[in-house]
Design a protein around this ligand. Structure first.
Ligand code: FAD
Length: 389
């Protein structure tokens, strides 16, 4: 069997596995939106069938997959339940962060736990520190044999549900002085566990969409951690955030799944009601399909660069794909809503939910505005270096 066939097997295996649990995926999507229920039942099944361990190397008990496999998984799941797509996206960001930047000891401890189905979550946003990280206040101070953290994180998906958290904090000590679009060099990522003393969670936010994600505050009050919980060195937080944002596992990819669902629903409805007799409806559908396929191409290209390209290629394509898919998802779900007419506005039809869920994609970090800053910086640097040759 060739390597390409082996790789394709993973994608086919994800499809086959998910096809068997479509009723559960649908039930989770409805319950998350209508009753704000965290999809515990679905996550338990995904864990049992090995879909929480795709990126984790086999030596740590994972399936040794690629970024493009994770993209495929999140795309497929999000067609039924974007809430679960969001939870998986943050889980895999944590996996990638520990895999890329964790110490040998951290990898040996946390990757097998994540491979067995412990859930990962990540928190960097604070009341005064969002897209920019300059106002970060949660701070890490040395104490006897370890560190103590005090502060508050304002958004964390899977808060109180996840077992392992990567949290951005301000370090007392710093080995780096640097600044970039994301902030300063006095920040560090630490690993927190749900059972750590001094960690608690606020009320779950009631958002416009992405309900059931258990997104809430994290409160850190004299939260003690041993010294081996810092990822990389003190002050590496910004660099890790930057490297991670190129991982191509970004919120936009959830839009691939929910947009393809919106297209299918609109096409089926238009055919059933003979709306395709109207050129304007045919053109709406053609436009949706074109946007969908264009988005898919660039997202998977970003995934390939994340697996095999240079960091610069990965960064540029990841940022461009994030902006494009977030925009296109709003456009496609909006068109679908229009095609369904008044029914599109009713909660009993899925399109209304897809539209609300799509709106979150440009907001979840990195925001589309920040992505555009990075796209400009990367492409203008590239143009200038090409001018010189
Ligand atoms: C459903 C959902 C789930 C989330 N889950 C998590 C999570 O798990 N963990 C977590 O840490 N956060 C999470 N977030 C928070 C999200 O990452 C932040 O909302 C985002 O980073 C923006 O921060 P902010 O809300 O403070 O906005 P601000 O930083 O105040 O930004 C407001 C606006 O100004 C723009 N802006 C700010 N600075 C710049 C700049 N330098 N250049 C150009 N434009 C700029 C922003 O793009 C935005 O449009 C979640 C958000 C949502 C909606």
């Amino acid at each position: 069997m060739t390597i390409t066939e082996l790789k394709d097997n993973m994608t086919t295996s994800i499809d086959h596995t998910l096809d068997k649990i479509i009723p559960l995926l649908e039930e989770s999507g409805n319950q998350a939106d209508q009753e704000c229920i965290f999809p515990d039942k679905l996550l338990k099944v995904l864990k049992e069938i090995g879909l929480l361990s795709l990126l984790i190397p086999r030596k740590y008990g994972g399936r040794g997959g690629r970024t493009t496999d994770v993209i495929h998984l999140i795309e497929k799941v999000s067609a039924y339940c974007a809430t679960t797509g969001t939870i998986l996206m943050f889980h895999y960001q944590v996996v990638k962060r520990i895999l890329q930047f964790g110490s040998v000891k951290q990898k040996e401890k946390y990757l097998p736990m994540l491979a067995k189905g412990k859930l990962g979550a990540s928190a960097w946003t604070e009341p005064n520190s969002g897209a920019n990280k300059h106002g970060l206040a949660a701070n890490l101070k040395r104490s006897q044999n370890g560190y103590v953290i005090n502060g508050q994180k304002s958004f964390c998906t899977s808060a109180g549900k996840a077992d392992i958290y990567t949290v951005l904090v301000k370090s007392e000590e710093t080995h780096h002085e640097m600044s970039d679009t994301f902030g300063l060099g006095n920040q560090s990522f630490v690993i927190l566990e749900l059972t750590d003393k001094g960690i608690s969670f606020g009320e779950t936010w009631n958002g416009m969409g992405m309900k059931g994600t258990s997104t809430s505050e994290i409160i850190l009050e004299n939260c003690y951690i041993p010294t081996d919980r810092i990822i990389g060195e003190h002050g590496d937080g910004t660099a890790i955030m930057k490297a991670n944002r190129n991982s191509a596992i970004h919120p936009g990819i959830i839009g691939l799944g929910l947009s393809s669902k919106a297209f299918q629903v609109a096409l089926t409805y238009a055919k059933k009601r003979n709306l395709t007799n109207h050129q304007v409806i045919r053109f709406y559908l053609s436009d949706m399909k074109t946007h969908l396929e264009a988005t898919k191409l660039i997202v998977y290209k970003a995934g390939e660069y994340a697996d095999n390209g240079t960091p610069k290629e990965a960064e540029l394509y990841t940022m461009m794909s994030k902006v494009l898919v977030a925009n296109n998802s709003i456009h496609i779900t909006n068109m679908a809503l229009q095609i369904l007419g008044g029914k599109g506005y009713l909660q009993e039809y899925i399109v209304e939910r897809l539209y609300r869920d799509a709106r979150a994609l440009a907001l979840m970090g990195p925001t589309s505005e920040l992505c555009k800053e990075i796209i400009f910086k990367e492409s203008s640097e590239k143009e200038s270096s090409e001018d010189k040759t």
